[in-house]
Design a protein. Structure first.
Length: 273
């Protein structure tokens, strides 16, 4: 899950910040992910919004007694994150310096996300119900971190703004009265109504697989993870994690096709030094 709904309270009423134009947010890597992206919203502003929203989520969970209730599970998740975070420099030299934070929410939901700027939340149900191994936790973690590295949320918001501009609302971007507030709301409403695209998911799969492998986690766990997700989906109540993360045979095949590229990275990471 992208956590866009959790950002709602903070994003509403915020200004859009400085226009940035087209760029790519990542570089390098063995799997490749350097397409040009439309980025009209400031990265700094989105990170600030995410940090505020994440703080509220933690505070609400703490009041309900649902934050980090299982110390052993929290340690597992934070250990995985601590190994993956330094590997993000392969795609973004600035990312290891983000203000990373990792917590576990006690919930039966099968869910996890990484907000812009490195704010990670795992739901206990995802780990418990699917009986995830550390390698599979790393695949989920890498995938969610990849969304943040590629700034897919920022890109989606920018696309929504561009769409509004195309129908005449864009004049507000240049200071023409109260229309700017309407544009912010319209862009946001379009954003939260949209799931990550197939292209976004494919990018997150590729980058996440490489991040996990470079951190010393077996990328073959990507296959078993999505097999478990697909099995969970057959019960008639799709996990929240799958509502924006389509799992199918084609996805598993794509992961399998990447294994020859990422397995050497995994082997190198585990080679005696």
């Amino acid at each position: 899950m992208s956590a866009l709904r959790i950002l709602a309270a903070v994003l509403l009423g915020s200004c859009l910040g400085t226009l940035s134009g087209c760029a790519t947010t990542t570089e390098g890597g063995a799997v490749g992910a350097d397409r040009s992206q439309l980025l009209l919203v400031s990265s700094e502003q989105l990170d600030e919004m995410a940090a505020q929203s994440y703080a509220k989520l933690k505070a609400d969970a703490a009041r309900q007694g649902a934050l980090n209730r299982d110390p052993a599970m929290l340690q597992r998740v934070r250990t995985v994150a601590s190994r993956i975070e330094p590997q993000t420099r392969v795609f973004r030299p600035d990312a290891p310096g983000w203000n990373w934070e990792v917590n576990v929410l006690n919930s039966d939901q099968l869910n996890a996300f990484c907000m812009p700027g490195g704010k990670i939340m795992f739901y206990s149900g995802l780990i418990n119900q699917l009986r995830l191994t550390d390698d599979e936790i790393a695949i989920v973690m890498g995938h969610e971190i990849a969304h943040a590295l590629r700034e897919h949320s920022r890109e989606q918001m920018s696309q929504a703004i561009a769409a509004q501009t195309a129908i005449g609302v864009g004049a507000a971007l240049f200071g023409l009265g109260e229309g700017s507030a309407g544009l912010a709301n319209a862009g946001y409403e379009a954003l939260i109504a949209t799931r990550f695209s197939r292209n976004d998911e494919s990018e997150a799969d590729r980058i996440g697989l490489e991040l996990a492998a470079r951190a010393g986690y077996d990328p073959r766990a990507g296959v078993t993870l999505w097999q478990k997700m697909t099995a969970a989906n057959k019960g008639g109540h799709p996990p929240e994690f799958l509502s924006s993360h389509p799992a199918d045979a084609a996805r598993v095949r794509e992961i399998e096709s990447l294994l020859p590229t990422v397995m050497p990275l995994y082997q190198a990471a585990n080679r005696p030094r």
